[in-house]
Design a protein around this ligand. Structure first.
Ligand code: COA
Length: 195
């Protein structure tokens, strides 16, 4: 049975944070990696549920089991996060909260020094997105349907995303969905497509 696709509803934040953690290790369960189960969600989900121009869609099949989150203008989103999202998180998670070099510590460092999208990418592909489905929703066309619904709703000329090189399954999915590699880092790729 395919999932019902609908807009995220306030109150579902914890479910989305859980899905983020359950898929946070290159698509696999990252629960054992992190001491703090909310950290990943605070970076990759929370701001997308608050930023006014963001689109947040969920796949609902006997409960929310997947999401796709996107913003049409990455630079505007980064500026909003600088003002509205990171300051409170920096207070709650000072540098040194977790052991040096641990997975939690890497996320805390990111909260204190968030990476910014490169200008040549955002010029051509100003939107960006994140998509995660629980295993029970994967491989049945729901990823395609969720992503297509988001792309239809994004008012932008192009969209990009970041994906770890270890996540070859997702890279195959994005290629199939029309994304191509536009930038390669040591451990990750930026992929993009025009809309
Ligand atoms: C990656 C993910 C979003 C894909 O969603 P999905 O529901 O499993 O994918 P779908 O079943 O909708 O597949 C859509 C199309 O992509 C194709 N596809 C999927 N994975 C593929 C792969 N690894 N290689 C080639 N094609 C692939 C499917 O065959 C399908 O093709 P078709 O519609 O033309 O027949 C989902 O598996 C997921 O959430 N994984 C865990 C979290 C994750 O890795 N998120 C990405 C982080 S960057």
């Amino acid at each position: 049975m395919s999932a019902k696709i609908r807009t995220y509803r306030p109150g579902e934040e914890q479910v989305l944070y859980d899905i983020c953690l359950l898929t946070g290790d290159s698509g696999a369960d990252a629960t054992a990696l992190y001491e703090d189960p909310r950290l990943l969600g605070e970076v990759y989900v929370g701001p997308y549920l608050r930023f006014p121009a963001a689109l947040a869609l969920v796949g609902d099949e006997s409960g929310v089991a997947g999401y796709v989150l996107g913003v049409p203008d990455t630079l505007a989103f980064e500026q909003w996060c600088d003002r509205e999202w990171w300051p409170d998180l920096r207070d709650r998670y000072p540098l040194g909260t977790f052991p040096d070099g641990s997975p939690d510590d890497r996320i805390v460092r990111l909260i204190h020094k968030p990476p910014t999208a490169s200008l040549d990418v955002v010029e051509r592909y100003p939107a960006h997105l994140h998509i995660d489905l629980l295993p029970r929703l994967q491989g049945q066309g729901d990823g395609r349907r969720l992503l297509t619904a988001l792309l239809d709703g994004l008012d932008a000329p192009g969209v990009h995303l970041g994906v770890g090189l270890a996540n070859q399954r997702a890279i195959g999915f994005y290629r199939r969905m029309g994304f191509t590699e536009v930038h390669a880092y040591t451990h990750s790729l930026i992929m993009a497509r025009r809309l």
